[in-house]
Design a protein around this ligand. Structure first.
Ligand code: HEC
Length: 194
């Protein structure tokens, strides 16, 4: 490279450096501007706080949980008798995976209530195959997971709403697996048993 072509490059570098430092000063000015820090006191508002209270009825984005069936497991205040989600194989597989992770340690993989934690001394939960729990509305299972039941704590903070419904659907599968009428079996299975 000759000297002639090197000089413009140096000049360009100096110009870029200048622009860069101007940007830096601008950033600093915005950083130092007049503003309230979080929870700082304020002489401007009568209550002395810079933080303004929420307007009554404010709902955070994504938290308007109006769907009573989906979010509370209830329909007009009563435990829902139906699932608020469509059931397909994918949902059931997902429910099985979640059940085996979150519920089986106590309820065991079949739902009869002999999980490892119970074998080590925790109160034994009732079997999901007893008549009372076969007949309760599905909303009850959702409610138990959401709000806890007796010594069983709530799973609301650990299992998202949609996953709770997948688990409910899978519990119905477990119940059916132990209590199926002969004529509810697929024709193929009926033939094999006859
Ligand atoms: C740490 C152990 C443990 C885990 C994990 C657990 N449970 Fe339970 N569950 C219990 C116990 C203990 C009871 C009985 C509570 C009582 O009667 O005081 C119970 C009761 C229940 C009942 C019966 C309520 C009734 O009407 O009698 C249901 C339904 C249930 N659990 C569902 C679940 C589901 C679904 C999961 C997984 C998301 C789960 N549990 C995870 C321990 C557990």
């Amino acid at each position: 490279m000759t000297m002639a072509s090197r000089r413009p490059v140096a000049l360009l570098g100096a110009v870029l450096l200048l622009i860069g430092s101007a940007g830096c000063e601008l950033r600093q000015a915005m950083y130092d501007q007049e503003k309230y820090e979080p929870l700082e006191a304020s002489a401007f508002f009568a209550d002395g706080m810079s933080f303004r209270p929420q307007v009554d009825g404010t709902v955070a984005q994504g938290q308007l949980m109006l769907d009573e069936h989906f979010y509370q497991g209830k329909v007009q205040g009563q435990l829902a008798a139906t699932l608020p989600v469509a059931v397909d194989r994918q949902l059931l597989e997902h429910g099985r995976a979640r059940f085996n992770i979150f519920c089986a340690p106590c309820h065991d993989r079949t739902g009869s209530g002999n999980g490892m934690v119970v074998q080590r001394g925790l109160k034994q939960p009732p079997s999901f195959h007893q008549e009372r729990l076969r007949e309760v509305p599905v909303g009850h299972f959702y409610d138990v997971m959401t709000n806890g039941f007796g010594v069983m704590y709530s799973y609301a903070s650990r299992i998202p709403v949609a996953d709770r419904w997948a688990i409910v659907a899978y519990i119905k599968v477990l119940q059916l697996s132990q209590n199926l009428e002969f004529d509810q079996l697929p024709a193929e299975d009926q033939r094999q048993l006859q």
